[in-house]
Design a protein around this ligand. Structure first.
Ligand SMILES: Cc1ncc(COP(=O)(O)O)c(C=O)c1O
Length: 457
């Protein structure tokens, strides 16, 4: 019989502080899951049980696990140049190569990039750059950031302040820099509003808030094209373009947080322009940039911003030791090369709608209120009553229950309160898509049956 290392791993794991976790409940080792190996669209626990990775790690392993091309590129780079910095006047071949490559894939007005190692820091960097940009223009009052309820922009002090308040119960944040607008969540819009009226309402609110605060105090508006961790929210048709128009009119910069949506998840390298017709001033990205093989993120800025911040006189006073780390750049370049050589974008454009369609077929189930998303980014919201959209009580832990049932059936998905979220590797085959659909159907039906017994539906 194979030796089971799980207990030993979990004993050592008690020293690890887990992210976004109920640390008290994790004191019970049985509540923790070990993932020890991965390959393609699959991950394995410590005894070799196989699961489809319905989360691509954490919205990131876009090209799938265990890709030799990326692993070799990292290893080769480490033996050529393990580390050197991009501080001051220094550079190295792969930082230059990746900067050139990534800006060639971005919208035409964006030709400059700053590298960091997480989406949170990419977003902090975006705001720091914009504050500096306005300082240089003598507009020192322009500091405030407009964000939205439901947004997730990261977990550093500034990024969490831009993230929906629900993410920081009991924790402090730099609240005075941020103002929140309503979530553009069509499923939860007021009953008497059409989608068009809802969009009008959101834009009216934006204009009203800008007028109230004063545009001279607002630096930027930050938004994910499709909100991810906030519940896979696809805003009403035309919303992003109208927001951009208003921001232009009031001279407010726009940051498109493409930490999740870039590098193929919606079928394009960047979704802002290709999917939503936007020309943001700044785009941030991470995750799919290296498919998670190395921690690398990027803040891309427009030529106009770069022109201002690179004028003679002051310095770019922002830096991280591992900005443009050679091994991270190697991973990102090899990842992009794989995406291109395997025509992954075209594959997503073809298979993404099929994934969405398979997920949408789950709408027929009694507790499924809404299935939303696009391509390989899907959220399923459960409700106690389809007509009233009444949510389950928090203690029912509906998302967690469905996700545990799916895990028993060989599928890893992310529970998110009263939802489950899927963002699998983009290399899924049609057979794997069908399998995910079947497993989810059985899992939701199994939970439904329990809820009937418990008198909850
Ligand atoms: C849209 C978005 N922005 C920013 C972040 C933060 O990225 P990181 O966890 O790499 O700091 C995330 C992480 O999930 C995200 O989904």
């Amino acid at each position: 019989m194979k030796n089971d290392p799980t207990d030993d791993i979990l004993e050592k794991d008690k020293h690890l502080i887990h992210s976004f976790a109920d640390l008290d409940s994790l004191k019970d080792p049985a509540s923790r899951t070990v993932i020890a190996e991965a390959n393609g669209a699959y991950v394995y626990n410590a005894v070799g049980d196989r699961f489809i990775d319905g989360m691509a790690g954490l919205w990131c392993v876009n090209v799938g696990h265990g890709r030799k091309e990326i692993i070799d590129a990292i290893s080769q780079q480490l033996s050529t140049l393990d580390y050197f910095s991009t501080f001051y006047n220094l550079t190295h071949p792969l930082a230059a190569e990746l900067a050139s490559k990534i800006t060639s894939l971005a919208p035409a007005h964006i030709n400059h990039v700053y590298f960091s190692n997480s989406g949170s820091v990419a977003n902090d960097t975006a705001v720091r750059i914009l504050h500096h940009y306005y300082n240089r223009l003598g507009q020192n009052q322009k500091k405030l950031i407009l964000s939205r309820i439901g947004a997730y922009h990261g977990s550093t002090h500034l990024a969490i302040a831009m993230t929906t308040p629900g993410y920081r119960k009991g924790w402090d944040s730099a609240d005075d820099l941020v103002r929140f607008l309503s979530s553009p969540q069509p499923y939860r819009r007021p009953d008497n509003m059409s989608s068009e009226e809802f969009c009008d309402f959101l834009i009216d609110e934006l204009v009203r808030d800008i007028e109230k605060i004063g545009a001279e105090r607002i630096a930027c508006f930050i938004a994910e094209p499709i909100m991810g961790a906030g519940g896979v929210i696809v805003p009403p048709e035309g919303y992003h373009q109208r927001v951009e128009q208003v921001c232009r009119q009031y001279e407010i910069k726009t940051i498109s947080d493409e930490v999740v949506t870039a590098f193929g998840r919606l079928g394009h390298m960047f979704a802002s322009e290709a999917v939503f017709g936007l020309t943001p001033d700044v785009i941030t990205t991470a995750k799919g940039l290296s498919s998670g093989y190395q921690p690398i993120a990027a803040t891309l800025v427009s030529d106009e911003i770069h022109e201002v911040i690179s004028k003679e006189g002051e310095q770019f006073m922002h830096g991280m030791t591992y900005s443009g780390h050679p091994a991270c750049c190697a991973a990102a370049l090899a990842n992009i090369e794989l995406m291109e050589s395997e025509s992954l974008l075209q594959q997503v454009q073809h298979n993404g709608p099929k994934f969405m369609q398979t997920m949408q077929s789950l709408s027929a189930l009694n507790i499924v209120g809404d299935v939303r998303g696009s391509h390989f980014m899907v959220g399923i919201e459960f409700v106690q009553n389809l007509d009233t959209k009444q949510a389950f009580d928090e203690d029912v832990k509906i998302g967690m229950r469905v996700s545990l049932k799916a895990q028993e059936r060989g599928l890893m998905i992310r529970p998110l309160g009263h939802m489950i979220v899927l963002s699998p590797p983009l290399i899924l085959t049609l057979e794997q898509i069908t399998e995910i659909g079947d497993v989810l159907k059985q899992s939701i039906e199994a939970v439904q049956a329990e809820l009937v017994t418990e008198g909850l539906v």
